[in-house]
Design a binder for this molecule. Structure first.
Ligand SMILES: C[S@@+](CC[C@H](N)C(=O)[O-])C[C@H]1O[C@@H](n2cnc3c(N)ncnc32)[C@H](O)[C@@H]1O
Length: 466
């Protein structure tokens, strides 16, 4: 069942029941704009899909057309040529729309079972030693917040080094769930560092640092929301941040570009959060919609791209706009997985001809220099020695766990982490897991090294002071 046929079934249902599409959305999934979103190609989660399906079955199953009756049975019912074609089309569109980082469960499991995000925050914290902020605030930009673990860690480092300086902390993230998790980490930060302005946006790399969409149409439909938090305790802030859920559901919807399969925002949105009791002090730090400004002291680019994309594309689409958003003396720190570790050894045993870590920091920075052309003279572009650049992190495990027999859940966590870091796509994983004893291979490597560890590499680009 494709999204198109779901939409057709819904439209037909509304016609037959003389029900307004907004009523259908409200009654089935508590979202009056659901059908309108479906029309513009919005993503439908399996839960939403189920709710819509159940609603239609409950309210007039007999009136549904063939397609909608098959909402549940379609995957097994592949006999008729028409249905086969439907499945092929769906399969093709799934492949095109496939994005590695759509797999949230793998990401969240990885974040909580491995020390990477903590180690990365510390590494970024070291860069703060080179930063010379100017009034009115220390300004940072996170080019892909994910679940906000890195950002929250970096904000702790910032507070430690600059306890009394106002902060402007801006971040880009397209995923609604990630923004929600990230917000849940911010109440404590706002409590500890009251002079903070937080700015979250779903804009593209080329727009987000400036909080300005490129197209006129997107610019004029931009949602700009300012929230001045009342009270002074972490509990009060957390309650008010939780209440933003409805706003996020409404405005943080994402679809897929039909051309590239990349996730794209449905509505360009900027959300600004600060403490009301510090509004006066932060007046010059709070962004204004009509002022386009990006002069960051620090830009974080932690795992911001797919590893297998060429250095040229990574540099053009991701790093270039970030470099252009640096203020004088500002620094960008980039971090990505670099392999040649036990986790990579697991992957090599299974897929000997695939190297996810082929494009390294040297080729990436060469591509950045090329893209910048004569402007590269304004920047220090440093790939640094391996000693300075490469750092290690590991999978958490109990001291006794790896000595005797390794528990299945540890093996699953290790397999998840290795394949997540290697960005192995779902389809390849599924096929391999049917035919290869991947847990035995994982166990062998864990025993050989007494655990699982990984390498990341980092690089910096700083703008010279003028
Ligand atoms: C928006 S990005 C990164 C978010 C945040 N900056 C962080 O470091 O967690 C999230 C995506 O980066 C990729 N990613 C995150 N950590 C990774 C790692 N250690 N190795 C490879 N890819 C990773 C995955 O594609 C993931 O879905």
């Amino acid at each position: 069942m494709t999204k198109e046929s779901l939409l057709e079934a819904v439209i037909e249902f509304c016609k037959l029941h003389k029900m307004a599409e907004s009523t259908f959305g409200r009654k089935s999934v508590n979202d009056g704009k659901f059908v309108a979103r479906l029309r513009t190609g919005a993503r439908v989660t399996p839960e939403t899909w189920d709710k819509v399906n159940n609603f239609m079955i409950k309210n007039g199953n007999n009136l549904l057309n063939e397609n909608s009756k098959n909402l549940h049975v379609l995957p097994n019912d592949t006999k008729s040529p028409e249905k086969k074609n439907n499945i092929n089309e769906e399969d093709k569109s799934k492949k095109k729309n496939f994005r590695f980082f759509d797999n949230r469960q793998k990401y969240l499991l990885f974040v909580s079972t491995c020390s990477e995000k903590e180690v990365v925050s510390k590494r970024i914290g070291m860069e703060l030693g080179h930063v010379r902020p100017k009034p009115p605030a220390l300004r940072i930009f996170d080019a892909g917040m994910g679940d906000g673990t890195v950002l929250a860690g970096v904000m702790r480092e910032m507070h430690h080094r600059f306890p009394t300086m106002p902060f402007y902390v801006s971040g880009k993230e397209i995923s609604l769930e990630d923004v929600r998790i990230c917000l849940s980490k911010m109440s404590d930060r706002l409590f500890e560092h009251p002079a903070s302005v937080l700015v979250f946006t779903n804009l593209f790399y080329s727009e987000a640092p400036w909080l300005k969409p490129k197209s006129m149409a997107s610019s004029s439909s931009m949602v700009w929301k300012e929230v001045a938090l009342q009270g002074s305790s972490s509990h009060e802030f957390s309650e008010q941040l939780n209440e933003l859920r409805g706003f996020l559901d409404e405005n943080w919807q994402a679809g897929h570009s039909p051309k590239t399969g990349n996730p794209i925002y449905e509505r360009p949105t900027v959300l600004i959060i600060y403490r009301d009791d510090h509004k006066f002090l932060l007046n010059d730090v709070i962004p204004k919609q009509d002022i386009k400004k990006a002069d960051y002291d620090l830009v974080l680019a932690s795992q911001p791209y797919r590893l297998r994309v060429s250095s040229e594309i990574k540099s053009r689409n991701v790093l270039l706009p970030l470099v252009r958003s640096l203020g004088n003396g500002g620094r960008l720190i980039g971090i990505h997985s670099s392999g040649e570790d036990p986790a990579h050894e697991i992957l090599k045993e299974i897929w000997p001809n695939d190297n996810p870590f082929e494009s390294d920091r040297h080729s990436l920075l060469k591509a950045v220099k090329n893209e910048l052309g004569s402007d590269s003279r304004y920047y220090n572009i440093k790939s640094n020695s391996d000693n300075r650049s490469i750092f290690k992190y590991d999978m958490h495990s109990l001291p006794s766990e790896l000595e005797a027999s390794i528990g299945t859940s540890t093996l699953f966590a290790a397999w998840n982490a290795a394949t997540y870091v290697g960005q192995i796509d779902e389809q390849r994983l599924e096929e391999t897991m049917k035919s290869v004893d991947y847990l035995a291979i994982t166990q062998k490597i864990l025993k050989k090294y007494g655990g699982l560890w990984f390498n990341d590499e980092s690089y910096t680009i700083s703008k010279k002071n003028f």
